[in-house]
Structure formats: C-alpha cells, structure tokens
Design a protein around this ligand. Structure first.
Ligand SMILES: [Zn+2]
Length: 536
C-alpha cells in the first residue's frame, strides 16, 4: 500500500495589488512555518527577471514609481514575446525544480520544505501552479482597501523623492494602481482584479492588530488544528457560494446569503428566473421550467441590439446617419470597441432575479425582517441590487468577486460606503457598508473545516491536532508526488518559449533596422509577430 507523505512540500503564492507592503505578510508566514520545523524558501518573481537576458525592457530601481513601471513593462513584454501568459509561474517552477537538482533524473522528493512565492498578477499563473502542485498550492491574497493602499504608496514615492508632499504623488500612485488592477488595452498586461478573489485565503492587513493572528490561524488549519471552526464571515460566504451553484444563468452564477446580527440565517438566493407564485425555478423532475436555458438565450442581449437598431433607424430617417450604418449594425456589434462600451453593460432587460434581490424577496414573502442584517454576496452588487439592499435596511454587505461595471457607489454615495470610501458630503448620513470578504475562502472551506475524530479513542480526551499521534502535520493526503514530472514539462515548455522570445526579438530588430534605414534613421514602433502556438 502507498504510504502517506507525512510532511509534504507546501507552496504559497501571494497575490496583492500594487502599494501593499508584502514583507509584513511574508516574514510572519516564514516564522510560522519554521515554527512547524519547515525549511522556508522565499522566491520573489521580480528577482527572477534579473536573470533573464532575452527581454528588451530595462529594469530600474529608483524611484519607486520608475521601479514599479519598469517591472510591469518587463513582465508584459516577457508575456508578449514568449507567447506564455503564465511565464512568471513557469520561471518559479523552473527555479524550484532546479533547486532540487539541475539534473531531473537525480531529483528526490524532499519533506518539510515550504516555498513562499511573491507575487502573481494573472489568473493563468495561478492556474499553472494549481495544475502542477494541486492542493499543496495555496493562493494567499493580501487585502488592503484602495484608500489605504493609495496613501501608503504615495508615501513610499514621496519618501524616494525626499518629500513630505503626499498630494503631489497621489496621482502617480493612482495611475500605477489602475495599471496593476487591469491593463484592459494590453492583452499581456497585469490583471490582479481577475485573480485576487480566487484565493484560498484572504488576509486583511487593514486590521494590523490581527494580521499575525489571521496568518497563524491559517497555518494552524493547514497543520490540522482541531479547535478552529469557521468565522461568521467565512460561514456566510460559504453559504452564499453554495446557493450560487443552484443557478443555471447563462452568464455567471451568483449567490447571496442574509444573516441576522446573531449569525442566524434568514434567507439564501441565487440569480435565477422567478416563477409564478413566488421564488425561482428549480431543477426537479416533472416541474415547470421556463429558465433562460430552456428559452435558449438571454433576452437582455436581444434587447440591447433592438435599442441600438431603434436609435440608428430614427437617426437615419431624420438624415443624421447614413443608411449603410444601419445595415451594418450586426458587424458593428461584434467589434471589440462596441462590445466594451458602457451601453453593452446594461442589465435591465434580463429575466433573472439577481441573487441579492432573490434573497430579499424570499425574506419579504416569508415575513422575515432584514433590518440591520448582513448580506453575503459572491459578487459585488450591481446598482439595481444596491438600491434594494439600502432600502431594505441591510447594515453590511460582504462581497468576494469584484464587479467593476457596478454603478452602485456612483449613484448612491449618500447611502453606501464601499471599502471605507470617502463620504465627504454625506459624512453624517446613515449608510450600508460594502466590505471585502477575508478569511478562508469557499474554495478551501471543506478542506479546512471538515474534521475527523477530534478525541483520543482510548482516553476520550480532546486532541489538539488531527494527526494520529496528536501531532501537527499537513492535512493534505499526498502519497505520490506527481508534480516532479510535471515540473519537468514546465521546464521544457519554458525553454521552447524562451527560444520563441529570442526569435521574436530578432525579427523585431531586423524589421526595425530596415525601417530605420528606409526612413533615414527614424525609429518606428514595430509590432512583434505574435507566436501562434499556445503556451503551457
Ligand atoms: Zn444585481
């Protein structure tokens, strides 16, 4: 029989928005793991950039804004020329594999070793790490509100310029924060917003007094502490996530859970089509079902087309638009610029009841008060739900996934506070607080909180740790290290992508040289031919 590896290697990947000082998470995390006799290796992704000699972007160290900008540009360029959007993770895996032995045939498994890797900026990077290391990989997202981050980052930049004038550097900090969140115009750019919420654990560093405790609890849960159970926030979000999985919506699954102040559940909701008599449709043999899936489409999409067509026809019939434009409407709607327009974000004509509204409607139908209650929602509420949430008297909303298209705060700054946002004009108005979730995420909830026997069978006494000998050891049941051969595949793919990058840069240089000759020494912007083959 295969034996369980007692102290398997552990991999921690950190995700944080720009402006967060990660040393305050990395150092305590290292100390905690060392407390469990683990040997800790810290890998900084940007340090690996320094060993790369095939990228044509220069790295700068000072001042901070130049440093951050040059590293962002370097990473983007690397993804572009290599054709590998997960290349930062590939570099890390290559480093870990080679630290065992440069020769893959001599690599042995090691125990009691942990890697803290910071930091990642794209979902593809985390996907690759998860596919190689499986459940031994943990994504830790480090949360700090935008206001706190902007202040801290402005301070850092001002310090580099030996200035105390924070306002002077706030715009620069803001600009870099925006770049880091989502570089929409660059398909190889950073996308922290798309990966942050996919964490196994989110630490909230805006509560400094509890920062160490949050980390300690997380590590103790990994090592099988028996005396830890979910917080009300973790419990609430897990319930919301569970509810979301009932939805058959064609776009996304969203869940909501309303809890009383004493953490008793009031109602659950998911985004689904309402049915006559109250509630929403369910999957049940023989029952009525007229969900969007049955209809075959979401009427909101059709309605958007007809709105634009109606406007174009009116403009055309009154001589304000060429008739040709009206005829080309379907081509135009497929254009990325039009697809990304604000008009295409409208949600008013969908048939589904949003998760938050569904939970509120159930509460109304069942006569359960929601005054001062807490609402957990897997995605940040849209503006329509937001006004219903405010009107219902909900006190606090916890959300996990962002929804940048939401106009909730823009329309209701008088009654909503988002992540401690400034409410200058409405300081004394009552408000509903919209707060980011933190703690063990629904993704890992069962792994951490589903426990076996917590007492010694013979004595009946409570045990401190889950292990058979009442000793701390990772709860992950690993018997074969399938990641050793997987690491080798990643290394090979990295070599291929490096060759591609070198070739792409050679082509770019040749084209640039030829253009320069032709234009009498004037350098031009050259578009590099994109590699076509998919990366690892
Ligand atoms: Zn909504």
């Amino acid at each position: 029989m295969l034996e369980r590896i007692k102290f398997p290697e552990l991999f921690f990947g950190l995700v944080a928005p720009i402006g967060v000082d990660l040393s305050e998470t990395v150092q305590p995390l290292k100390a905690l793991l060392e407390g469990f006799d683990y040997e800790v290796h810290i890998i900084k992704v940007t340090d690996l950039f320094r060993d790369i000699d095939y990228c044509d972007v220069s790295l700068h160290d000072k001042p901070s804004e130049a440093r951050f900008k040059s590293y962002i540009d370097f990473g983007n360029r690397l993804r572009e020329i290599s054709g590998d959007k997960a290349i930062c993770a590939s570099l890390v895996i290559d480093k870990i594999a080679k630290s065992r032995d440069v020769d893959p045939l001599k690599r042995q498994r090691s125990e009691k070793r942990a890697y803290i890797i910071h930091q990642f900026k794209r979902k593809e990077e985390i996907d690759l790490l998860r596919s190689v290391y499986g459940k031994l990989f943990f994504q830790i997202s480090v949360y700090s509100s935008k206001g706190e981050r902007t202040d801290a980052f402005s301070q850092r930049i001002a310090r580099d310029h030996k200035s105390t004038d924070l306002d002077k550097y706030r715009a620069t900090a803001d600009q870099l924060i925006k770049l880091d969140e989502d570089q929409e115009e660059d398909q190889n750019g950073q996308r922290v917003r798309d990966v942050f919420h996919l964490a196994d654990f989110i630490i909230n560093i805006d509560i400094p007094a509890t920062q160490f405790d949050q980390l300690e609890r997380f590590i103790k849960l990994i090592f099988g502490a028996t005396n830890l159970s979910p917080t009300p926030i973790e419990y609430g979000m897990y319930m919301a996530k569970g509810a979301s999985l009932r939805s058959l919506d064609l776009s996304r699954q969203v869940g909501a859970a309303i809890f009383s102040k004493r953490h008793e559940i009031i109602t659950l909701g998911c985004n689904e089509v309402p049915k006559g008599g109250g509630g929403t449709y369910w999957s049940q043999n023989g029952s009525e079902d007229a969900r969007d899936f049955k209809w075959g489409s979401d009427p909101n999409d059709e309605k958007k087309r007809s709105l634009i067509l109606d406007l174009f026809e009116r403009l055309s019939s009154h001589g304000m638009m060429d008739k040709e434009c009206v005829e080309k409407i379907d081509d135009m709607l497929q254009h990325p610029a039009v697809k990304d327009s604000q008009l295409m974000d409208i949600i008013e004509f969908g048939r589904i009841l949003h998760a938050e509204m569904s939970a509120l409607m159930d509460a109304a139908r069942l006569g359960r008060a929601v005054q001062d209650a807490t609402l957990f929602c897997t995605t940040f509420p849209c503006h329509i739900c937001a006004k219903h949430i405010v009107g219902s008297g909900i006190d606090t909303v916890y959300f996990l996934e962002p929804y940048p298209k939401s106009a909730a705060f823009a329309l209701h700054p008088d009654s909503i506070e988002v992540e401690g946002s400034s409410r200058v004009h409405y300081l004394n108005y009552k408000k509903t607080k919209f707060t980011h979730f933190y703690g063990i995420s629904p993704r890992r909830y069962r792994d951490f909180f589903e426990k076996s026997l917590r007492k010694n069978k013979a004595t009946g006494r409570a045990q401190e740790w889950l292990g058979p000998k009442n000793e701390p050891r990772p709860i992950l049941d690993v018997k074969v290290l399938i990641y050793l051969p997987l690491e080798k595949y990643v290394e090979e793919a990295l070599q291929r992508n490096k060759s591609r990058a070198v070739a792409a840069l050679d082509i770019a240089k040749t084209v640039e040289g030829a253009l320069r000759e032709e234009e009498g020494g004037q350098a031009s912007d050259v578009e590099i031919e994109k590699p076509t083959q998919d990366a690892v």
